[in-house]
Design a protein around this ligand. Structure first.
Ligand SMILES: *Cc1c(COP(=O)(O)O)cnc(C)c1O
Length: 391
């Protein structure tokens, strides 16, 4: 790579033609050519070099989306990256590219709940069956593999319960049975984990989260290796899942500071984790305490950690948990995460779908915190005040 990725992010995509530091936003449906011969030439180039950014219509993208794809391909160290209008669009594209009626999928039990709805309910109507494995017991994965199994869908760590899995072992099981693999890497991003290099066929990141970093745009990315590229390319064309150039521009702008922001999210989250670790009735769902299986599985594969964590709070009275969450002043209540600001969510009424392997006792409650870029001293003071309600 030559320069480190931190340097690449700051220097990439300059537009020397317009003498601007940043790439222009090219909005286009129709792309005009000088002659019919020129159109044919571009089409021939696109066939010969399908990752080369040769477009004859705006649905395939413009130079603005192409630049983002090139930056992400370098970050992922992958063969190619497809960009989609939302992160969930990338999940959809990955699954639809490689499965057909009659096939089977095995997914991690704690996948993002829309991913669960897509696989467990929607795809069932198309005769594509999904079973779910226990993230901490991979025997439950291997025993569900049949001749029909096409795809193992991992999300690491698991949504809301933050289970870190032995992803190397998952890959060797998949290789042994010749099954394709996909991972949702939104929590770590390729800044901390490079799934394609590890051996995954596909890797998804919701660009809405840390890539954009400013809670003002949605997008998704799907990194692929050479093997699955033709399938995903064909499916991308047929589904029309294309990221718009204005959104691509904002995501490129966010990426300039991805490393700076993630390093700070990590620093702040570590300080908050240290504070929370002193509470006996709180179990931290975050790689902090060295003695746990989750910590070992994180350490084995990741070079860092982001700002999203879970708290498993042991408390007989759910109203105390509600009071704790509702009295936070610096944490906003809302979905998504990965922006500069801190957020809190109480996963009430077991908002965790049909999970089979979530062992949550009646007096255990899940709260999710996104640790933002505020001064951690203020965040800790806010938490300290609010935690008085937990008795
Ligand atoms: C948010 C999220 C998605 C979906 O991304 P959107 O951009 O909101 O569509 C997928 N997977 C994970 C793990 C997420 O957190």
């Amino acid at each position: 790579m030559g320069n480190s990725f931190k340097t690449f992010l700051k220097h990439t995509a300059k537009d020397f033609h317009n003498q601007s530091v940043n790439p222009p936003v090219v909005r286009a449906s129709t792309i005009i050519f000088k002659s019919m011969k020129d159109i044919r030439k571009t089409q021939a180039k696109a066939i010969k070099n399908p990752t080369g950014g040769h477009y004859d219509y705006g649905r395939q993208g413009t130079s603005t989306t192409y630049i983002l794809q090139k930056i992400l391909t370098k970050l992922e160290e992958s063969y190619h990256v497809f960009t989609t209008p939302t992160g969930f669009g990338a999940v959809f594209l990955a699954i639809f590219s490689v499965t057909r009626p009659g096939d089977e999928i095995i997914a991690a039990d704690p996948v993002y709940s829309p991913t669960r709805l897509l696989t467990e309910n929607f795809l069932k109507e198309f005769n594509i069956k999904t079973s779910f494995y226990n993230p901490h017991d991979l025997k439950t994965l291997e025993k569900n593999i049949t001749k029909k199994t096409k795809l193992i869908f991992v999300e690491n760590p698991g949504s809301n319960s933050f289970d870190f899995q032995d992803i190397g072992k998952i890959l060797s099981i998949a290789k042994k049975h010749k099954v394709l693999t996909a991972i949702d890497n939104t929590w770590g991003t390729p800044y901390f984990l490079k799934p394609i290099k590890l051996g995954f066929d596909m890797s998804i990141v919701s660009a809405t989260k840390y890539y954009s970093g400013h809670s003002d745009v949605m997008g998704g990315s799907l990194a692929v290796n050479k093997k699955v590229f033709p399938k995903v390319k064909a499916t991308e064309r047929i589904t029309g899942l294309r990221l718009g150039p204005d959104d691509a521009y904002l995501i490129t702008r966010g990426l300039r500071t991805l490393d700076v922001r993630l390093d700070r999210h990590r620093e702040n989250a570590k300080k908050v984790a240290e504070f929370l670790s002193k509470f006996k009735n709180i179990k931290l769902l975050y790689p902090y305490k060295k003695d746990s299986y989750n910590f070992r599985m994180w350490k084995k594969y990741y070079s860092g950690a982001s700002g999203l964590m879970g708290l498993k709070i042991k408390c007989k009275n759910i109203n105390s948990v509600r009071k704790f969450v509702n009295s936070l002043k610096l944490f906003g209540y809302g979905y998504s995460w990965g922006g500069f600001e801190s957020l809190a969510l109480h996963q009430e009424y077991r908002e965790t779908g049909n999970r089979k392997f979530l062992n949550l006792a009646k007096d255990e409650h899940l709260v999710r915190l996104h640790i933002g870029l505020e001064d951690p001293k203020d965040l800790i003071a806010d938490l300290k005040k609010a935690l008085k309600f937990i008795k």
